[in-house]
Write a protein that binds this ligand. Structure first.
Ligand code: EPZ
Length: 426
């Protein structure tokens, strides 16, 4: 099986370019379904989740053409059947966005119940509540969710919890509804703003994205457009944390510093030097990190998608830190893997107590989910000795060319093909 192998202890140095934002791409690509014209999407990350989303659209009848490494062209006019392929859809959480896009365009959607990372329950009650308020009804049969509406009429939607997915789906279902929709208690992540900007580039009327109240005036048609996706603030944060933990001096290109503010603030609190420029940040780490406390919150709070990565560097900080996960029920599965490397972390309910030690020791570990896998890479980079990481498909779902990017800034990291130990005995 394929693994990542890291010989730790190397300082990181040089320049790395950040790719387009995964969580913006997996919302914008299904949103193209709403268009009556051809869309060209640029700065698209070349990752598994995007490949699967593009394949789902192809299976439904859209023409999806890769223009170059980071641009795709989508003509949705061939989509006649608003039914998403079960096998492709069930493994990807973002497939839930097909519900809103297909409902918004065809007033009908048939989508497999979404899969996704395994860190606690991932309900869609707020998505379904939003559809119902707009006039749709749904049934769940054989793992498929079927949603229908005679018509969609704009209304006031108040989300019980701040939910990125429910905000996205409420936007997609209402941009062509009759009249005005207000989404209150909306998520404010950069990818929500990016989706709103993309919808408006097609002729939608979406205002207030990035605040907790989004106002949408329904329009009859949406035209094709060319749009460039924002850089991935979580990929950028992951590299920033890696430099902080391994030490070094690295410049990240193609970032929006404002999107990184909660991460930058936290790393500065830990003693990392961060210089901000127009579309890049320089990260310098030459001393042992200071301990600190972290509470994950919806944007603009510290992002939950950076929680495993920050814990991996607090594991070698000077002192004891508390990491509180307020968004997900169980996002500490990676702690067992860090413990294999000598980390001194105990978890109680939704808080991890991280007692900083001098140095982690390389070991065989697993990527239990996307961001946990990123945390294992960071731990391997800062550890003494060799770390091998299994189940790297989780990592490659969301990080483009991750091994080469780290190798290009001095990491001793490579992919290896390791016969399954069980296979050796056969
Ligand atoms: C998105 O997931 C991201 N995924 C996640 O990133 C991210 O962790 C999460 O937002 C929070 O920022 C994508 O964008 C593809 P939520 P999503 O709905 O939309 C509860 C990554 O690493 N909730 O904002 O599924 C839910 O249980 C991934 O890139 C309901 O109760 O997250 C959670 O506690 C992992 N009912 C909270 O809201 C609902 O109907 C936030 O979930 C929906 C959500």
């Amino acid at each position: 099986m394929e693994k990542i192998m890291i010989n730790g202890g190397k300082r990181l140095k040089g320049i790395v370019r950040i790719s387009g934002a995964k969580n913006a791409a997996v919302a914008i690509i299904p949103a193209v379904i709403l268009s009556d014209g051809v869309c060209r999407i640029e700065n698209v990350p070349n990752i598994q989740d995007v490949i699967i989303m593009a394949e789902i659209l192809r299976e439904m009848g859209a023409r999806v053409t890769r223009i170059n490494r980071t641009a795709i062209e989508i003509d949705p006019k061939g989509i006649k059947e608003p039914v998403a392929a079960y096998e492709l859809v069930r493994h990807m959480r973002a497939s839930s966005y097909l519900m809103g896009a297909l409902l918004g365009k065809f007033h009908h959607a048939q989508v497999a119940l979404p899969g996704g990372c395994d860190f606690g329950v991932r309900p869609i009650d707020q998505h379904l509540k939003s559809f119902s308020i707009l006039g749709a009804s749904h049934t769940i049969e054989e793992g498929m969710i079927k949603i229908n509406a005679d018509k969609l009429v704009g209304k006031r939607i108040y989300l019980d919890v701040v939910s990125v997915g429910a905000t996205v789906n409420a936007m997609l279902a209402s941009v062509k509804a009759e009249g005005k929709t207000t989404i209150e208690n909306a998520a404010k992540e950069p990818h929500i703003v990016d989706l709103a900007n993309f919808l408006n580039s097609m002729g939608a009327d979406v205002r207030g994205a990035g605040t907790d109240v989004i106002k949408i005036n329904g329009v009859k048609t949406l035209r094709g457009s060319t749009y460039s996706i924002i850089p991935d603030q979580i990929e950028a944060g992951t590299f920033m944390a890696a430099v902080a933990g391994a030490g070094g001096d690295v410049t990240l290109q193609n970032v929006i510093p404002k999107h990184l503010e909660p991460i930058t603030a936290k790393l500065r609190e830990m003693g990392v030097t961060i210089e901000e420029y127009d579309d890049s940040v320089r990260v310098i780490s030459n001393q042992r990190l200071k301990r600190c406390n972290v509470k994950t919150r919806p944007h603009p709070g510290f992002p939950t998608d950076m929680q495993p990565q920050i814990a991996a560097i607090l594991a070698i900080a000077d002192g004891t830190s508390m990491v509180n996960e307020s968004v997900w029920d169980n996002r500490f599965k990676y702690v067992d893997e860090l413990r294999r490397m000598g980390a001194d972390i105990s978890v109680s309910d939704k808080t991890a107590v991280v007692v900083g030690i001098d140095c982690l020791k390389g070991a065989p570990v697993k990527a239990t989910d996307l961001r946990a896998g990123a945390a294992m890479i960071i731990a391997g980079l800062e550890a003494d000795g060799t770390t091998t990481i299994e189940d790297i498909k989780h990592i490659e779902r969301g990080y483009e060319d991750v091994v080469n990017k780290f190798a290009s800034i001095g990491a001793d990291i490579r992919k290896i093909y390791d016969r399954d130990p069980a296979a050796k005995t056969s």
